[in-house]
Design a protein around this ligand. Structure first.
Ligand SMILES: Nc1ncnc2c1ncn2[C@@H]1O[C@H](COP(=O)(O)OP(=O)(O)OP(=O)(O)O)[C@@H](O)[C@H]1O
Ligand SMILES: [Mg+2]
Length: 361
């Protein structure tokens, strides 16, 4: 394992009773990478993050943080990591400032380092107005900001953030993403989110997990190219052209279908001035000149011609369709699901604020 590998998972599996939440997942995250960790609800993102941060142990496999095994050297792991759990557990009856100082104390920060770090934490997390307030009086979004603050207070080299922006308002979301991008230049960030625009904004690489298995891992460009399709949008005028008569939608559609390399053609809703179509072709090819020549040869008037690669969202949906189908079908659960049961010990552990502060903050 190279010394640059900050997060390492090898053949990692987790079972809850008979339910397999993680199935031999394997990935590495290097120094200076900000990696988006994506997947539908229940895919196993939080479970992976809880293993990496020593909250639960894997059933099988190895996980290392900064070269330290999560099982053998949990204290070293906790020192290197800032962790924001999906539902940040906080001491409700503490003031925000006192809570963050408590976390910093446990992290062993001295007074002057704490004060210096707090300036940055307050700026990034937008906490200036609430430092003197009781945590239990805070709104949802502000609690999440405090949770993020405890993950950042010791300036850790590795950040594991489970949906850090889910309850934030758009201004704060943008600020947090900007900061993640900034610190990601020297640190390592694993960030789970359902907001694909955030991944596009902050991450160069994504890992997509579905039903406990990794289904894609790579640079965003490569992931986008995964479906092997390119989308085109074409619109021609419905009005009579200079020569010939006005084209009908059916006529345009069958002419488009006849072009070699066109995989599918679907009509788009348009106003009465245009016939619009969405086409797909293979990646690597470019059908724009053929499309343009067709329009010219027919004497139609071209209003729009555009070539888009698939969006991250298209690929995400393509790769995780199985989960979606399973969720919407009423009937016998999967074999694996049948014995799903709560692991009471682990749940209790993960909900203790003290543990979270020690481990995460
Ligand atoms: N303590 C537990 N006991 C039983 N099953 C569990 C436990 N923790 C997680 N699971 C199950 O493991 C699967 C993965 O859950 P996980 O929380 O990792 O999903 P996720 O990808 O984080 O989803 P979300 O996007 O909804 O947060 C789910 O089916 C979940 O119900
Ligand atoms: Mg989760």
């Amino acid at each position: 394992m190279s010394t640059d590998v900050m997060i390492y998972a090898d053949e990692l599996s987790k079972r809850f009773g008979n339910f397999r939440a993680l199935d031999r997942i394997r990935f590495e995250v290097r120094r200076g990478e900000v990696v988006g960790f994506l997947g539908p609800n229940g895919a196993g993102k939080s479970t992976t993050m809880r293993i990496l941060t020593c909250f639960i142990s894997p059933t099988d496999g190895t996980a290392k943080i900064h070269g330290h095994d999560v099982f053998d050297e949990p204290l070293e792991v906790r020192r290197k990591v800032g962790y924001l759990p999906q539902r940040a557990p906080l001491y409700q009856d503490m003031l925000v400032w006192d809570y963050l100082r408590f976390v910093a104390d446990m992290r062993g920060l001295d007074e002057s380092t704490f004060k210096a770090r707090m300036r940055k934490v307050v700026e990034v997390c937008g906490l200036a107005q609430v430092l003197g307030k009781d945590i239990n009086t805070l709104s949802h979004g502000y609690r999440q900001r405090v949770g993020l603050g405890q993950a950042l207070v010791h300036d850790p080299p590795i950040l594991i953030l489970d949906e850090p922006t889910s309850d934030l308002d758009p201004n704060e979301k943008a600020e947090v993403i900007r900061y993640i991008k900034e610190i990601g230049k020297e640190r390592t960030v694993l960030l789970s989110t359902h907001n694909l625009a955030e991944v596009e904004a902050a991450c160069a690489r994504a890992i997509i997990i579905s039903k406990g298995r990794i289904v894609a891992d790579g640079p965003l460009d490569e992931i986008r190219a995964r479906t092997g399709k390119i989308r085109y949008v074409l619109a021609v005028s419905e009005q009579t052209a200079e020569r010939g008569k006005a084209p009908t939608a059916t006529e345009v559609q069958s002419a488009l279908r006849a072009i070699a390399g066109v995989r599918s053609v679907a009509e788009l809703p348009t106003d009465e001035k245009a016939h619009g179509f969405e086409l797909t072709g293979d990646t690597g090819g470019d059908l724009r000149s053929d499309l343009f020549r067709l329009v010219v040869s027919k004497g139609w008037t071209l209003l729009e011609l555009r070539r888009d690669s698939q969006t991250l969202e298209d690929v995400f949906r393509d790769l995780t369709k199985g989960d979606e189908r399973r969720d919407r079908k009423l009937g016998a659960p999967d074999d694996d699901d049948r014995d799903e049961r709560e692991d009471k010990t682990e749940t209790r552990r993960s909900e203790s604020p003290k543990e979270a502060a020690v481990s995460g903050g």
